[in-house]
Design a protein around this ligand. Structure first.
Ligand code: PLP
Length: 432
């Protein structure tokens, strides 16, 4: 298959649906461009007018196994024929129980699992867990972080003030620390010293304002997602973990976007050689079926019965889809993400030399950010044009952070398909 579009887009059907949406849907929905899907196959999506797009966004980093993967279809169908839902908060059942066992095994045992439906729910549960267990009121998070939009999760989110505007007061006791972004370093630091500068800042906070023994946990994304696909400097996270451990502060790894194999390893934190006390998985875990998993160290299991629960969390069809997703991830998709991701990264870095407005190309596996502008100047205007022009040429992309393109295709992407995307990106960059 190849991308094939009749421009200008949107076509007549997509236009009609877009107009209907404007009349009935909440004004809070953001529509970066008028794409209206009809069906998908592999890494391609066809819209309601028969245009075919190559998908480099995977439903916002969700569709791990691409569209209509036969193994996922079979798992979903066979579970749906048995039963879709019997509340897992009240009754144990397969396949959700064996999914919990499988996830715990991945972490080498000694963890427990709570299932929800979304990343936000996983984070919300994590907030309740760490407060309940430690009895400490404060929570730490990074600026640039995205942890969700319910009031607790939103209190941690700091990627855009627009997400928070109008909703205060939020959860008290949340303190944000600048993220060590090597491309646009905070705290007046040079790129090579940004990690140390952030750690010094945190120690200064602990000495002057924030008693560390009152901090329950630090919530962080091993690679910031909505904040712009930004990696911290190598070695920063292990040092941060040491510092937190010294004060008995728990580390919560929000792997909602980076987890489930997207970076080439199951958890992005594995690249750093450290473990978190708590992990949250969602997006890619069940290939598009709503499911999140909160994984926490056994010692943190002080929740009393009824301390947390959910009607739909751990729904059986979503769990079956997660089993099929894990089978495929373990059967080669993670290696594929690492290999094809490395190829994309290398080719994009070559493009960076030809297009000086591409300030930074970074990423791991199939979680790649292309940042427009320079350390001093963000160029959201060019980034937004690139997203729109890519759409007109049959490539689906999304923005991330102030000025980055997010490249997050299904992990089934082949090198040949990646090359098709690169061809379109080359034409888009040339047109800017
Ligand atoms: C890192 C991270 N955490 C949490 C969330 C919230 O997840 P959801 O939208 O499934 O509630 C997201 C969503 O983009 C995310 O990227």
């Amino acid at each position: 298959m190849k991308p094939k579009v009749k421009t200008p887009l949107p076509g007549p059907m997509a236009q009609a649906l877009t107009e209907r949406a404007e009349r009935v849907l909440s004004p809070s929905y953001i529509r970066p461009y008028p794409f209206v899907p009809a069906r998908g196959q592999g890494v391609f999506l066809e819209d309601v007018d028969g245009n075919v797009f190559l998908d480099f966004m995977a439903g916002i980093a969700v569709n791990t196994t691409g569209y209509a993967h036969p193994k996922v279809l079979e798992a979903v169908r066979s579970q749906a024929e048995r039963f879709a839902h019997v509340c897992f908060s009240d009754f144990t059942h397969e396949p959700t129980l064996s999914l919990a066992e499988r996830l715990v095994k991945r972490l080498g045992g000694r963890y427990r699992v709570f299932f929800g439906n979304s990343g936000t729910e996983g984070i919300e549960a994590a907030i309740k867990l760490v407060r309940h267990h430690t009895g400490r009121p404060y929570l730490l998070a990074f600026t640039g972080a995205f942890h969700g939009r319910s009031l607790g999760a939103l209190s941690l989110t700091a990627s855009k003030s627009a997400y928070r505007k109008g909703f205060s007061p939020l959860l008290p006791g949340v303190v944000h620390v600048p993220f060590p972004n090597p491309f646009r370093p905070p705290l007046g630091a040079r790129p090579e010293e940004v990690g140390e500068a952030v750690l010094d800042h945190l120690e200064h906070l602990f000495r002057t304002t924030l008693p560390p023994e009152e901090v329950a946990a630090f919530f962080l994304e091993p690679i910031q997602g909505e904040g712009g696909y930004v990696l911290p400097p190598k070695g920063f996270l292990p040092k941060l973990k040491d510092l937190l451990e010294r004060h008995g502060i728990l580390l919560v790894a929000d792997e909602v976007q980076s987890g489930a194999g997207r970076t080439g390893l199951f958890f992005a934190l594995e690249h750093e050689g450290i473990e978190a006390d708590v992990y949250v998985l969602a997006k890619g875990l069940a290939s598009g079926y709503p499911l999140s998993a909160l994984l926490f160290r056994e010692e943190l299991g002080s929740w009393h019965p009824g301390a947390h629960g959910t009607t739909f969390g751990g729904q059986a069809v979503a769990a079956a889809a997660a089993h099929a997703t894990l089978d495929l991830l373990e059967g080669g998709l993670m290696e594929n993400a690492a290999r094809v991701g490395a190829y994309l990264l290398e080719e994009l870095r070559k493009m960076q030399r030809r297009f000086p407005f591409l300030g930074d190309v970074r990423g791991r596996g199939l979680m790649i950010g292309v940042d427009f502008g320079s350390p001093e100047e963000e160029r959201p205007d060019l980034r937004d044009k690139a997203v729109e022009r890519a759409f007109q040429k049959g490539l689906l992309l999304l923005a991330a952070g102030p000025s980055a393109l997010r490249i997050a295709p299904p992990l089934t992407l082949t090198e040949k398909e990646a090359a098709l995307g690169l061809e379109i990106l080359e034409a888009v960059f040339q047109s800017l």
